[in-house]
Ligand binder design. Structure first.
Ligand code: GAP
Length: 460
């Protein structure tokens, strides 16, 4: 397996489990495939990632508005969107061990991401797998059924009448919650096209996956933003702008641009005029991080047809009447958290030959901003007093067990940017040492100085 920053997926999974970042879902029952639970450290990291995304794409965008739509929607939504008819994956079953696999994932893994599966038909994928004798990653046999299409939407039922009309779906994307609220938002916010609607929320897909930790799970969160504009000319213009904004967001988080790239979709949905992914170099190879799609006026037009409601927008200046076009920017919160966990991991050899694992997270997304460490347990009272003051401003952690060196290492491996040590001088003059995670340099500060310093550093 390819290594990046000396990181393999096996190492990452172990590190995340032992440090409280991510645990296997339902762990004491031996897990449930493709589900993961965030621990005390991971939930902070993911929440911070969601916060900086929201700040960038909703708060700082004058014409963007947030929503939090219901996960369960009228089933007609999914007929209108096309999901009922065609949200499927090409699956193959291993006739030897009964493992169910996605044909495209098998090819991606076999070719280490070098083959463009997006551009392949089912027949081409089947031919590739047969020609290269791609084996089952579980049992090692080459004994596949032909490809069949497998539906990805989870269904449930309110079971009122027991007939099929009661079927409802767990949403497979958050986007439709933005589309169906287009007019509610436009009217209540008095928004003028162009404007945006975004949301962060859970989505569910009955994915068959070859693992890779949280990369592809059956329950995940999406951060999606729809930008509604007038026509095709604007659609192409904003598509290019969102490509850049999506990339800038990642670069501002500190991603190395050598680890990111654009990948245009070769096979476009019939209604889409342009689509691309930003791909990232994971330890298992290049793969999708997020998508940007120019979807034309398809979504609102479909909802107009299926709902029977008039979804035309009337320009208040010109009285022009039209169905707005949409540029979508969609990124998984879990997918981005995974990329962050891969990108900012490092193993360093220090002067004197000591080694440390360290996460160089941007302070804005670091799970804890400050660790409060009393030099000795009998300094606990003062240390707790300082912890209380600091934790009113930002997330802090407190640790008094083990040597100070061990405690610094513990904070390094969860990416805490500042560790403060309360010592006997603190009792005299209210100052403490502040150790910087990255440089490991130490300076003395008071609580007020530290608050000001940290608040500047965590601005994003
Ligand atoms: N509304 C468009 C849409 O849902 P998508 O490419 O299917 O497009 C968008 O998903 C993003 O959601 C992906 O780029 C990825 O970051 C994330 N994502 C999709 N499926 C996922 C899964 N099964 N597990 C984790 N993240 C997923």
């Amino acid at each position: 397996m390819e290594e990046k920053n000396k990181l393999t997926m096996e190492k990452l999974v172990t590190h995340c489990k032992t440090t409280g970042i991510v645990y296997p879902g339902s762990d004491i029952y031996d897990g449930l495939a493709n589900t993961w639970d965030y621990g005390p450290v991971g939930v902070e990291l993911k929440n911070n990632i969601k916060k900086v995304w929201w700040k960038r794409f909703i708060q700082e965008s004058e014409n963007s508005y947030g929503v939090d739509a219901a996960i369960m929607m009228n089933p007609k939504v999914w007929e209108a969107s096309g999901h009922v008819a065609s949200f499927t994956d090409p699956k193959m079953d291993c006739k030897s061990c009964k493992a169910r696999m996605r044909a495209d994932n098998l090819i991606e893994a076999y070719s280490k991401g070098e083959t463009d599966v997006d551009a392949m038909t089912n027949e081409e994928m089947e031919a590739y797998i047969n020609e290269h004798k791609v084996k089952c990653p579980i049992c090692g046999n080459f004994n596949w059924t032909p490809i069949r299409q497998f539906h990805l939407m989870f269904q449930t039922s309110r079971d009122i009448t027991g007939d099929s009309n009661d079927v409802i779906y767990l949403r497979p994307e958050t986007a439709q919650g933005e589309f169906v609220n287009f007019f509610n938002v436009q009217r209540t916010a008095r928004a003028k096209v162009p404007f945006g609607i975004g949301q962060i929320g859970k989505a569910f897909r009955n994915e068959i996956t070859p693992g890779n930790f949280t990369f592809r799970t059956i329950e995940f969160e999406q951060m999606e933003h729809q930008w509604f504009c007038k026509n095709e000319e604007q659609g192409f213009k904003y598509y290019e702008e969102y490509k850049k904004e999506a990339m800038d967001f990642l670069l501002d988080l500190g991603f190395n641009k050598e680890h990111l790239n654009y990948k245009d979709h070769e096979k476009l949905a019939f209604y889409a005029k342009a689509a691309c992914d930003i791909i990232f170099k994971y330890p298992f190879g290049w793969n999708e991080l997020n998508g940007i799609h120019y979807r034309t006026d398809y979504d609102l037009a479909q909802h107009q047809e299926y709902s029977g409601k008039n979804l035309f927008y009337i320009d208040p200046m010109t009285n022009e009447k039209y169905i707005p076009h949409d540029v979508e920017y969609s990124i998984g919160a879990d997918r981005l958290t995974l990329a962050v966990l891969c990108e900012f991991y490092d193993e360093e050899t220090l002067e004197g030959g000591d080694t440390r694992i360290v996460y160089h997270f941007h302070p804005a997304i670091a799970p804890y901003k400050v660790a409060v460490l009393p030099l000795q347990k009998n300094l606990g009272e003062k240390a707790r007093e300082i912890y209380k003051k600091l934790s009113k401003r930002f997330m802090c952690t407190y640790d008094e067990s083990g040597s100070i060196g061990k405690r610094y290492r513990r904070q390094d491996q969860i990416g805490t940017p500042y560790s403060i040590t309360i010592d006997f001088e603190t009792l005299e003059n209210e100052t403490f040492t502040v150790r910087d995670r990255d440089t490991m340099e130490q300076v003395r500060m008071t609580v007020d100085e530290l608050i000001k310093y940290v608040e500047e550093k965590i601005m994003f």
